[in-house]
Ligand binder design. Structure first.
Ligand code: GLN
Length: 380
């Protein structure tokens, strides 16, 4: 059989590659973004409770009522937004499925989608599988700020959507109020859909607050907000996320959702709905991760690697130009094998594999893991 690949240039995602390499070489894994500590015992108990009490068949297609109501409450608490649980919120199998579904529902052959580079790796293949085309706008190191004039120049009659991601993976930067206002002006009066990847929404540091598309009524009216409980309650393995969007957009989203996954894990949705009744379980997350970021920065202060500013997410970029001219991918592999420390090279987030001599470190780790990693970094 001759196979004509639909994604001829796509290999295995870097997160899988680096985590496997870390395991193989028994290296500390600061590469793939996931915590090396467990979720709350209370959340585990709730999951157990719902599994034992018989919630083991299909959930309602858009998600359980209890979790959709809880999501509406979170969006109202954090952003003063009003999304109707019945028609404007859908529970998804993580943010990856949410983003894929949004693109499948709205992007067709020849459509263009504006993507900011460096870009999280699931966006572009999902666009291309719909026959769409990614149109790139660069976020230049070290600020990684959006150049709105450039974005404006890239809008054409074929622009169907724009994907934003704040707090931003991999750079750890966040969009400002002014950026949101720019975006609002940009799409006003157009049919451009905003897909807003806000999976790190509860991890914004230094007294700043997350700027969500949900905070602007006009922007929210043409946006799909995407988030993930994996990040918020330390359960990346549960793969549960959600989207919030106006009813007319959600009708189209659900048409695809029902045939892509139909429904999401039932008992875990119920557990999440109960657990998040305590608002501290999401409102305190920024303090928890700011302490981790600050610990990582303090312990690596004497290193030759220089940190860039991290305003959100659980990632820290570091420049290694003072210690090596190596290409970032080669260095990441070598550090894993020889120094027993795995990271993510930034170039993998660029279509042209741009090498800025930057590595991404995930600090969603136990303090002792951060301490061990810092020792290695300081010795480089
Ligand atoms: N989002 C995580 C990261 O950036 C990894 C998720 C995944 O492995 N797909 O590291």
């Amino acid at each position: 059989m001759q196979i004509n690949s639909k994604l001829p240039n796509v290999g295995t995602t870097i997160f899988t590659v680096m985590s496997a390499l870390a395991r193989e070489h028994n290296a500390i894994n600061l590469s793939q973004g996931f915590p090396d500590f467990d979720c709350s015992p209370k959340l585990m108990e709730l999951a157990n409770k719902y599994i034992r009490s018989g919630f083991n068949q299909y959930a309602p297609m858009p998600g359980t009522q209890a979790l959709r109501e809880r999501i509406a409450e979170i969006l109202s608490t954090c952003y003063g937004a009003s999304y109707h649980p019945e028609t404007e919120i859908t529970v998804t199998a993580g943010a990856t499925q949410a983003i894929y579904t949004a693109l499948a529902a709205f992007v067709g052959s020849g459509d263009e989608v504006i993507v900011f580079e460096p870009a999280y790796d699931c966006y572009v293949p999902a666009i291309e599988l719909q026959g769409g085309k990614a149109v790139y706008s660069q976020l230049n190191a070290p600020e990684f700020a959006i150049n709105w004039a450039d974005v404006r120049s890239k809008i054409t009659s074929r622009t169907k959507a724009i994907i934003i991601n704040s707090p931003h993976n991999p750079s750890g930067t966040t969009l400002s109020q002014a950026d949101i206002a720019e975006l609002e002006r940009l799409v006003a009066g157009t049919n451009i859909l905003v897909i807003s990847d806000e999976v790190y929404e509860h991890m914004v540091f230094d007294g700043q607050s997350h700027q969500s598309v949900a905070m602007s009524k006009t922007l929210a009216a043409q946006s799909i907000l995407v988030s993930s409980f994996g990040k918020t309650v330390h359960t990346t393995g549960w793969k549960i996320g959600y989207v919030a969007a106006p009813k007319e957009i959600m009708v189209e989203f659900r048409k695809v959702h029902q045939f892509l996954v139909f429904v999401v894990n039932h008992p875990l949705q119920l557990a999440l709905a109960d657990f998040l009744a305590d608002k501290d379980n999401y409102l305190q997350l920024k303090n928890f991760y700011q302490q981790k970021r600050d610990l990582f920065l303090r312990l690596t202060q004497s290193s030759k690697l220089k940190p860039l500013k991290t305003a959100g997410t659980y990632f820290q970029l570091m420049s290694y130009s003072a210690i090596s001219n190596e290409n970032d991918s080669e260095l990441a592999v070598r550090l894993t094998k020889e120094k027993k420390l795995a990271t993510i090279p930034l170039s993998v987030f660029y279509s042209q594999k741009t090498d800025n001599k930057l590595l991404r470190f995930c600090f969603a780790k136990k303090d002792e893991t951060i301490e061990k990693a810092a020792e290695i970094i300081c010795a480089l």
